[in-house]
Design a protein around this ligand. Structure first.
Ligand SMILES: [Zn+2]
Length: 234
């Protein structure tokens, strides 16, 4: 075989590999994006696509749903090369400040002094792995300009305030930290690991988060739920 032919074969192989990688990475979220666009434009045409705050999906799920709406993006979805989504995004289909967000599980709520749109709840005993501490992170509860929709019960600087499951935490918003980057009205919810010293790990890294599927009783892993609308009890 000539060197030139070998080179061509290697290049074709590399391109095929890259193509397969991109296909694997983006196919799930592309399918979900088209459903999401339809939901955001015409939420009333697909009431059966919604999940509801406070609902438990499956008898063994320790968490209740943290808000109302369409589950638009899943854990491990990819929005750009190398990105892996660390939580789930639930889109209320309403304007900002209207769709309630509730605690999925009891714990101790903290809102750091500079958090406009986020709270985090410490769960001392992971219900699926007793003895381990985990954290539940809720964000996007502010408008584009950073006006907060978090309940006045939890002002900035709140530290370790006990909340029951179902307690109103605030309302969905579209704050992203960048007024030029609208993200749609939704809640981002994730389960964050503890660093072993009693602090939550960096939520932006998927390796610091847990697949929420078993906690919420729904198939919320992007790689295993291609093309499905995810609803309670189906
Ligand atoms: Zn998200």
């Amino acid at each position: 075989m000539s060197k030139r032919l070998l080179f061509v074969i290697i290049v074709i192989g590399a391109l095929a590999g890259l193509g397969y990688y991109l296909y694997r990475s983006f196919r799930p979220s592309i399918g979900r994006t088209s459903n999401l666009m339809e939901w955001i434009r015409y939420p009333s045409t697909h009431p059966e696509w919604a999940v509801w705050a406070g609902t438990r999906c499956g008898a063994n799920a320790p968490f209740v749903m943290p808000t109302d709406g369409f589950i638009g993006y899943l854990w491990d979805d990819s929005f750009k090369i190398g990105h892996r989504h660390q939580g789930i995004d639930i889109f209320g289909g309403t304007d900002v400040g209207l769709t309630p967000v509730v605690a999925a599980y009891p714990g101790y709520l903290t809102r750091l002094p500079d958090w406009k749109s986020s709270v985090i709840v410490r769960v001392p005993n992971d219900p699926l792995q007793p003895g381990r501490q985990i954290w539940l992170y809720y964000t996007h509860m502010a408008d584009l300009a950073g006006n907060s929709f978090i309940s006045p019960d939890f002002p900035t600087g709140t530290y370790e305030k006990y909340v029951e499951a179902g307690r109103r935490l605030g309302y969905q918003g579209d704050y992203s930290g960048d007024p030029n980057n609208p993200v749609g009205v939704h809640l981002h919810f994730s389960i964050v690991l503890d660093d072993g010293q009693g602090n939550f790990r960096n939520e932006l890294e998927i390796r610091n988060t847990l697949d929420p599927s078993l906690y919420l009783g729904l198939p919320l892993n992007a790689k295993s739920s291609v093309g499905k609308v995810i609803v309670c009890g189906k």
